[in-house]
Design a protein around this ligand. Sequence first.
Ligand SMILES: Cc1ncc(COP(=O)(O)O)c(C=O)c1O
Length: 411
Amino acid sequence: MSIFRADLDALAAARLLRHLTPLEDGARPWLTHEGRRYLNVSSSNYLGLADHPAVVTAAIESLRREGFGGGGSCLVTGHHPAHAALEQALAAHLKMPASLVFAAGYQTNVGVLSALAGPADIIFADALNHASLIDGCRLSRAAVRVYRHADPDHLASLLAAAPRTGRRLIVTDGVFSMDGDVAPLPALLELAARYEALLVVDDAHGFGVLGREGGGLPEHVGRAGAVPVLIGTLSKAAGLQGGYVASDPDTIHYLVNKARGFVFATGLVAPIARAAVAALTVIRQEPERRMRLWQKARRLRETLTALGYTLAPTPYPEIPIVAILVGAAEAAVAFAAALRDHGIWATAIRPPSVPPGTSRIRLTVMATQDDRDWTDALGVFEALAPRYHSWRAAALAAQPTPVASPSGPES
Ligand SMILES: Cc1ncc(COP(=O)(O)O)c(C=O)c1O
């Protein structure tokens, strides 16, 4: 028996044990599990680009012509013209001077943060930052001061109290992956300027989704090009895989030399880089996808609220992440199972992805979903509302004041 058996048993007893489940079509509006079809309300393929013909064709043509990879890290033999083309296209799309592509979003956050800060520095981090940002902060060995979620006043007080030696970084998600709310970007930019801190924003869930042209949260709030270090991933709205950081040319050149997740890892395979360039074109040239997404997300929020569901609040109801707060992990699992019985594939999100006492059902919307399918799904939510209300009431009675945990979400 493995030395980890007792830990697995403890997770199971706390209803926190997870299992891998093989799914077909996990990025499509309907997925298949063990021969049964489910409405997919859990995918981050927000714009439906994972199987867009232009994106798929770009990858196939590249694969035929160029094969898979560069056979080494980008500083050895791996820096392919496809990377250079993607880096240029990303920088232009984000209205930033330069960018650098990594093999994954997780790797980008860990690589960038551990390069930008060191033991003599201080990182000011939002309490609900994504796990990959938290891990990057830890790996940097900088002192970390956690500010209350999206609270610029608390951040200001921590900045004012901190010593003025070393570098200061403010690190936050752009759109928060488990709540669907956002960082207060204008206030953070102002504080960064006032306290000479470097603002680092991971806009993994804003990229392609927010902004008239899909430039993400900065464009949505009228500050495109203003975030000095803007990180994102190609695994969500672009429907692919990989991560990027956009910044000024010196910072990018510094990261080429210092970000270990870049220096010591094989780069993204060329067909994905070519597909990402095609995805960027679709993101810009098919704004109707974004409009459909926003309209569906607003409708979902409005209907669930009218049915009495408690949703994580957001200033932008067009964000396609809708978190139904349940409370106890066990109740969230029961809710997900009930949805599954009705043909809806929603995942129960539990600690450590979210703070204890705030387990939830996290719904995501895709532009390519049929409105009639959502009408049927909302009928299921209406039927399940009484059960939800009793789970929620029990959770509130047991845990009246949920507290924030710094362990961070994971997807
Ligand atoms: C906010 C955020 N940052 C980074 C990542 C990691 O990106 P990737 O899946 O591309 O590694 C994720 C999710 O996967 C995320 O939600």
